[in-house]
Design a protein around this ligand. Sequence first.
Ligand code: NCD
Length: 306
Amino acid sequence: MRHLMSPLDFSVEELERLLDLANDIENHRDKYAHACDGKKLATLFYEPSTRTRLSFEAAMLNLGGSVLGFSSADSSSAAKGESVADTIRVISCYADIAAMRHPKEGAPLVAALHSGIPVINAGDGGHQHPTQTLTDLLTIRSLKGRLGGLTIGLCGDLKFGRTVHSLINALVRYENVRFVLISPEELRVPDYVREDVLRKSGHEFTEVTRLEDAIPELDILYMTRVQRERFFNEEDYVRMKDFYILDKEKMRLAGPEMMVLHPLPRVNEISVEVDSDPRAAYFKQAQYGVYVRMALILTLLEVNVC
Ligand code: NCD
């Protein structure tokens, strides 16, 4: 039985197959409409979510399966003190596969160790968010035609942003990827990402503060929000929250083919005036999230559709 805790749980070849499957789903939706008839997905969300939970649910419904679950810790037995290990043991009796989001780093891994069904990490604290990464990879590959040979700027909260950590982990496996890490000093990537992932990989990376200086050289600009819920005090958040605002003026500095991604939700970091720019791909990215989660469910449940 396979779980998904980190994007590295799949080899590059397996990832390639998963993304191919997602593109096939995109182009032949009907073929997959009954692939998971009779199967159930449990969504165990101990932290707020719109896209991840609902795109998982949409994915399972699109496959003909059904969904059950909870969308906050308050409405589950966690509020009575039940452990993640006990919860997943019980959910294993009710569902065929589970997606779990938790504020504590490693909680989905604990669940996987006690589970009778595949567990998908749908975001654990400031650590990883592998299914957002699958979404990002599918978006980049579909719109740019490749995952290597790209200069990617990651901008915003690189310290607490788990989507950034997972994406860097995944992209270092491709050739000639250059990283431009754009953040205030206080929100730089954690040391383990800088030293154990980036430096070890041998890929070129720079850490800068000004978005304006970096933007002209980018193929992809990956914007992120400042992660309010992970700050120790509100004052620091207020000081940081509007550090970057991507607007039309800054977009004028970018190349004609640069693509803007954002895992969403956005707060102020991308002005709504950018939404109509053809280079803005973040809503398309959300759509890809459904196809890739359908592909992931099929892969982990070992369902083959001919
Ligand atoms: C991200 C997350 O939860 O980490 N959201 C998402 O799943 N698309 C990004 C964020 O919350 O900023």
